[in-house]
Write a protein that binds this ligand. Structure first.
Ligand code: MG
Length: 244
């Protein structure tokens, strides 16, 4: 019988690409103010073209090259800081809010999210979702080695909520890292595949087939036990599984 549902944040409760768009807009604004020219719109267009073109690691460098703006590591680090500290303009999709509302009356909800602080905390604040969760784990606060696939954050939730693994369902999106620890711990695992999901369009995606057919122990644990396409499918799935 499922008692606790652990949610991932990015690309599970909202589309992370909306956060990226918001972050690049903040960086474009910062750069435009710093240099006076070109206008923020032109800088944003460059950043966005790089990012959506698949450059997820040197987006700033490539855009600044294209804009003919001189830069050094110090400026790049400053842009990263602006990106991670900006107040995101993101909203929780209505279907996610409806599901959190509904499930929070039936189950104890927890949130576990990887990623840099304060970015993850600012996302949670902007989405206005704190009230739904009895326990929120920012794995970064436990230490960088506690990011997924580490089980540390999940174990902390079990301790804090005093719940057994067989009573926990975990919903997340990224097969590279999200389900390994929950599967090993014996949770029910559900993959959410959102249409705008960033991780389905990155080069990392080549690992997806490997994780399904791979032979190492890590890979055997990578796939979720259930897959849904819309978060609105979650309450019925949990209901059915609870009745089994
Ligand atoms: Mg995610």
């Amino acid at each position: 019988m499922i008692k606790t549902v652990i949610f991932d944040l990015d690309d599970t409760l909202y589309d992370e690409i909306d956060y990226c768009r918001s972050g690049f807009a903040a960086v474009a604004e910062f750069l435009a103010n710093l240099h006076g020219t070109p206008p923020a719109e032109r800088i944003f267009d460059c950043l966005w073209k790089q990012f959506t073109g698949g450059n997820h690691t040197r987006t700033f460098n490539a855009a600044l090259d294209e804009l003919d703006i001189n830069y050094d590591d110090k400026l790049i680090n400053e842009l990263i800081r602006v990106y991670r500290n900006h107040i995101p303009k993101i909203t929780l999709p209505q279907d996610s809010r409806d599901v959190l509302c509904l499930l929070s009356n039936k189950y104890t909800l927890a949130l576990l999210t990887d990623g840099f602080l304060p970015a993850q905390k600012l996302k949670v604040q902007a989405l206005g979702i704190e009230e739904y969760f009895k326990c929120i784990i920012y794995t970064e606060e436990l230490g960088r080695d506690c990011w997924k696939p580490s089980p540390a954050g999940f174990e902390k939730i079990m301790q804090s909520l005093n719940v057994k693994p067989e009573a926990i369902a975990c919903i997340a999106d990224n097969e590279q890292k999200d389900f390994i620890a929950p599967n090993k711990l014996g949770f029910l695992t559900i993959q959410m595949i959102r249409s705008a999901c960033i991780h389905t369009s990155t080069p990392l995606e080549t690992g997806r087939e490997k994780s399904l057919t791979g032979s190492t122990s890590q890979q055997n644990y990578a796939a979720a036990q259930y897959v849904i396409q819309k978060i609105s499918e979650l309450p019925a799935l949990l209901e059915n599984l609870g009745a089994e």
